[in-house]
Design a binder for this molecule. Sequence first.
Ligand SMILES: [Zn+2]
Length: 305
Amino acid sequence: MTRLAFFVLIAITASAADITTARAAAAVVAVNSPLQAPLAPSPSDPFPLWLQELTGQTRWPGETPPYIPMPNIDLSQVPNEIPRRDLGVCQGIERSHCSFDCYRCVAVDDISTCPTLSQTFDDGPSMHTPKLLMELEYKTTFFTQGINVVRYPDIFRQQHMAGHLLATHTWSHAHLPGLSNEDIVAQLQWSIWAMNATAGIVPKYFRPPYGAIDDRVRSISRQFGLVAVFWDRDSYDWRLNDDSKLVEEVVKDIVSWKQESQGGLILEHDSTVKTVNAGINVSRMLGPSQLTVAECINSNWYQNQ
Ligand SMILES: [Zn+2]
């Protein structure tokens, strides 16, 4: 058995108890009335023993997770000619580094669209996610932050048991091109461990926060087996939060996108009540023909399923 195979095995085997818990959570969901208020934040699950042994840590990290060396992640393979950069800074950035946030550059193995116009939701889970789950009549894709997965483990399991595709949006919404190679690893590894410990899944799809990526970040995310996912339709729903955008304007965008083309991948968020309400509106407009990101490319949903 290779060391990588052993690592994956230890992670999957250790999560069997969590899957049992997830089934119990699903039973609770089944009797919930659609009118029931969103769940209060759940107490965090105990930090798993297998993760204690793997990392030497005794609790889930805060905003800045510690780097844990892994036998299958080789940082000597990461290109060293691509400089670190701050959020929003594109001056002096070479086009050859294939930044999505600066130049909309998409690598051959990235995903940025879908044959059917489909929603995606970033930044959760949040206390508002259950309201969205109660309304959705189709399977969607959630790009979750690990720190929120362990903050709301029952909600994350509800998302999983409802059949939605769960993907990673890093541990704590880091601007990855600004981080060291080690800190990029930490953002990815802890988000994957959070998802595995909570619902027994190893994500295949990854959306970098702010769409911020370059070939240095990709060379690390690929070693984790992750496929980078972007969007080609931005709802700018986060502007609803400070009223700099109205729901009517989001709706207008959807109408024009539907007229322009059959396809597309829409960026939305399940982080606030306003963005969730907008997401519900959009879901009613687009209907149940939408696809998850895995279905957009007719591929598997997780690395371990
Ligand atoms: Zn985000």
